[in-house]
Design a protein. Structure first.
Length: 280
């Protein structure tokens, strides 16, 4: 058991709040103004963790806090308190078993770098109602459809595939489902990388907040690439396009995709360690 004195852990908690406040504070301000953000809102709507919970600092398992207050699931040992692994709910153990299996399987596969973000294009293929209707399509509807028809679509992520239009679904190389998620996910997938944030908060309070924040920061950067490579024109919001309809744009996307896969690998390993700590 690692023991932190009160000034140390309070400093860590304040630093964590300041770090994630870089994103949570502007999000709250946009909500106050009733202003939507087609890139960053996703991190607070598709992903369900409330901003206040993201800001809350947790040391995770194996860390005791001197001068800390007892809370549900925590035990006191002398002048310190710590999270009690035996008090974690059974559902969390089940979550940890699934997440470990998924992350192990994902890490065992080579990264596929040839999807070029076409999942976002497939979500607006041959439809008059794009998901971000207030944001124009860079190439217009016909131009967007032409890109989808000119390139192979190979999406491995169920939660991206399920938003494909009916016309786009038959164009995908496979039909990923929730049931075969463990069999399909691979480390080059942007959505699988963003989902590390989801698995981090699903494992809370066992996940240390520095790991949660690292996963969130990576998800932010991945989301930016996801939308820069999308069919939407977001230049006025400060997101220049990655023109995946061109060879240069596809090469730029693949380089960034490879970089994110490399950044994700150590976070995936740290999450596996959390899973092991939860399941004992």
């Amino acid at each position: 058991m690692r023991v932190l004195d009160e000034p140390t852990w309070r400093g860590l908690a304040a630093a964590h709040r300041a770090r994630v406040g870089t994103w949570t504070d502007p999000h709250r301000e946009r909500r106050r103004r009733g202003e939507a953000h087609p890139v960053l809102d996703f991190l607070f709507t598709y992903y369900s963790l409330r901003p206040a919970r993201l800001e809350q600092w947790d040391p995770g398992l194996g860390v005791a806090l001197r001068g800390g207050d007892e809370r549900p699931g925590w035990v006191r040992d002398g002048d310190a308190v710590h999270l009690d692994a035996s008090a974690l709910p059974e559902r969390l153990r089940g979550t940890a078993e699934f997440v470990r299996a998924l992350l192990d399987a994902t890490a065992s596969r080579p990264a596929r770098l040839g999807c070029f973000g076409l999942h976002e294009w497939a979500m607006v293929y041959r439809t008059d109602a794009p998901r971000h209707g207030a944001v124009p399509l860079r190439l217009g509807s016909a131009g967007t459809d032409a890109v989808v028809e000119s390139l192979p679509v190979h999406c491995t992520h169920h939660d991206a595939f399920r938003f494909f239009t009916d016309a786009a679904r038959p164009r995908n190389a496979l039909t990923p489902t929730r049931e075969d998620q463990v069999a399909n996910e691979q480390p080059g997938c942007l959505h699988a990388t963003m989902d590390l944030y989801k698995w981090a908060y699903k494992l809370s309070p066992a996940t240390p907040s520095d790991l949660l924040a690292d996963c969130f920061a990576l998800a932010v950067d991945v989301r930016v690439l996801d939308m820069r490579a999308s069919p939407y024109d977001l230049a006025d919001l400060g997101y220049p396009p990655v023109r995946i309809e061109t060879p240069a744009g596809r090469a730029e996307y693949a380089r960034a995709q490879a970089g994110f896969a490399e950044r994700a690998a150590p976070l995936r390993r740290r999450l596996v360690a959390v899973c092991d700590a939860v399941t004992g």
